[in-house]
Design a protein around this ligand. Sequence first.
Ligand code: NAD
Length: 304
Amino acid sequence: MNGRIVVTGGAGFIGGNLVHRLCENDYEVVVLDNLASGKRENVHRWATFIKGDVRDPSALAQAFAGADVVFHLAALPRVQLSITDPVGTGAVNVFGTVNALVAAQVARVRRFVFASSSSVYGNPPVLPTPENSPYQPLSPYAIHKMLGEMNCRTWSSIYGLDTVCFRFFNVYGPGFDPSGEYALVIGKFIMQRLAGKPMTIWGDGQQARDFTHVDDVTHACELVISAKLPDKANAFNIGAGRPTAVARIAELIGGDVMHEAPRAGEPRNSFADIRWVSHALGWSPQVSIEQGITMLKVKLGLCA
Ligand code: NAD
């Protein structure tokens, strides 16, 4: 048996996939999740499940006891929700992360991995965007992630906690939640297509994103468990390293489209420079957007 790994938010989309990979690869896994959006059935049967809230320090202390590495994924991760409810989302995303850092420090975990986001870059001055680009958050959600990263760095410098911030770029794949107002674009398009409706493109559809398959994300997570890193505080881009226009996603899914006014708080273009993470972790993305969307369409019965 490998070490004991805790995944907060382990009943969610990325967390569920990560827990699955870790359980199958012989790690002892503990999940802490309040099931705000996650589902109990997403949690692999070999994992220990604790229903608890990251706003509750005692739940974190219970989950983190004896942990080797913590993946802190629990969040209310929607840009538009953070605009309509900055206080409620901030309580989970900002103070929940501070609580998790305190619990990790007290439990003396060896490494704390924080799920950050490409949204911390806003509209970056350089594309592809390297990790040393400036913070330019455009929404409360992006501010929450920026503060999470700053707190991680502070915990490394003051308390000596080893922290890694993974800036995820538009993750998609099996287990994503396509329903609801705040679904990411691929999920939203697929839901609309399944319902026989046209796919809604905000603006002209030429805004490009770096769509990253969840299998590539969980692979990076597994590698970071035992990676030897140069520093006590690290930040890495986890992206496919390739831009794809939203209109191209609609084309790959196939079907009618309709255009609506662009939304506030979202960057025009974003894609990752992945040279640093490839060097530091020996990681590179394996699933192209064409392969990833084809796999999803097959799974959902959208193509033969
Ligand atoms: P998700 O919504 O599927 O998972 C989040 C999980 O956190 C859910 O299971 C939810 O029940 C749980 N949760 C919410 N509030 C909680 C609380 N107060 N206490 C305990 N658990 C709580 O989201 P996801 O797409 O799997 O994202 C996981 C992480 O990765 C998040 O931190 C998100 O901000 C980050 N991220 C995701 C993407 C992406 O494209 N999916 C991109 C960048 C960053």
